[in-house]
Design a protein around this ligand. Structure first.
Ligand SMILES: [Mg+2]
Length: 368
């Protein structure tokens, strides 16, 4: 089998209500770069790279990687990963080049699953949890007024999710008002708090002391991803687990976090960190350090599927990050309907990732 064509489809969705994040940041669009790889066997693979800029991922995939991929055997996934990321002509340790390669890698795994007629997680070693499901938390609480955030949190718990994640980071008093209200609304369900790198070290320490009072499940990205020493320091001093990793790349980047003792819950993003090949290795590395992997996943159904296959095959993963809103680029991209019940998401059973590029969805949201 040979690769015959590699291209990228950019999708964009304008949100009705922008996300509110730390330091008064707002995000009003959700974008995606979907990588499509065709073969001479008639099998097409679909992947996704989270850049975060989809047009840069597209340029790198189509102009840099496609000429190296066409004519190659798509089943030689490890060889192609090495070709894209460690070829001596092109060292790109972190950033959009790795994100673009992640999209390629995911599409190659999709091809492999379709070729061998198995869901990808079965090619990675099978269902480590043994029950065909992943426990999910609802990841949707962005900064707005306190009552709205608390009401939404309660709604997700009522729908069966065992945990919710909220985005804070706009001052410790305002943060505490929201944490207290959400904790009150969800009882003893798991509450994850994400600061999106919004604080410096003294602020992050004080916010962490405040979070200790509310039995927070994890304290996510309190500091910049550059501040590995600071994360390790917070982890030593605070009685709340530290989560980070969505802005880290490759097993080499995660090794630094693990060796520094900077993280309790590692959050590699399969669409950024190096694809399924690399996320799978990061999970193994985490397992060897006694660190839990809870991969970052806030993108389309293609990325969700890739994340699920990685998580399914590793004994070191917990908590699938799940968007509980009716995001139109989520379920419509699954080949069979996504089964979500009582906060448990069933593993895809179709060959490959179990996704498709739904024509109507692409027509409506295609950017390029
Ligand atoms: Mg986060």
């Amino acid at each position: 089998m040979e690769i015959t064509n590699v291209e990228t489809v950019q999708l964009q969705y304008e949100m009705e209500e922008p996300w509110g994040l730390s330091r008064d940041r707002e995000v009003g669009t959700r974008t995606a770069a979907i990588v499509v790889i065709d073969t001479d066997a008639g099998i097409t693979g679909i992947g996704e790279g989270v850049g975060p800029e989809p047009y840069i991922v597209e340029r790198i995939v189509e102009e840099k990687y496609a000429p190296r991929l066409v004519g190659e055997d798509p089943l030689d996934i490890e060889f192609l990963w090495q070709t894209l990321l460690t070829d001596d002509l092109y060292w790109d340790q972190k950033g959009q080049g790795v994100a673009a390669a992640s999209g390629v890698d995911i599409a190659l795994w999709d091809i492999a699953g379709k070729y061998y007629e198995e869901p990808v997680y079965r090619l990675l070693g099978g269902d480590a949890g043994g029950n065909g499901q992943l426990k999910a938390y609802a990841s949707d609480l962005f900064w707005t007024d306190t009552d709205t955030m608390a009401d939404r949190a309660a709604e997700y718990i009522d729908r069966g999710f065992a945990g919710v994640k909220t985005h804070l980071g706009r001052g410790i008093d305002a943060d505490e008002e929201r944490v207290a209200a959400i904790r009150d609304a969800i009882g003893d369900a798991a509450l994850m708090v994400d600061m999106n790198c919004g604080y410096d070290r003294p602020e992050a320490f004080r916010a962490g002391q405040m979070l200790e009072e509310y039995d927070v499940y994890w304290y996510e990205e309190p500091l910049s991803p550059y501040n590995v020493d600071g994360l390790a320091d917070l982890r030593r001093k605070l009685d709340v687990p530290i989560a980070t990793g969505e802005n880290e790349y490759t097993k080499w980047g995660f090794r630094e976090l693990f060796e520094a003792g900077a993280v309790d819950y590692a959050m590699p993003d399969t669409m950024r960190c190096g694809g399924i090949t690399e996320a799978n290795k990061i999970c193994t590395l985490a397992e060897s350090f006694g660190v839990v992997c809870s991969p970052h996943c806030y993108t389309t159904g293609v990325g969700l599927a890739a994340t699920m296959h990685v998580m399914a095959a590793s004994p070191a993963t917990q908590w699938l990050e799940f968007d509980p809103t009716d995001f139109p680029l989520y379920e419509s991209l699954f080949a069979s309907s996504l089964e979500v019940s009582d906060g448990q998401v069933s593993l895809p059973t179709d060959p490959g990732l179990g996704v498709q590029l739904d024509g109507a969805t692409v027509d409506r949201y295609r950017l390029d």
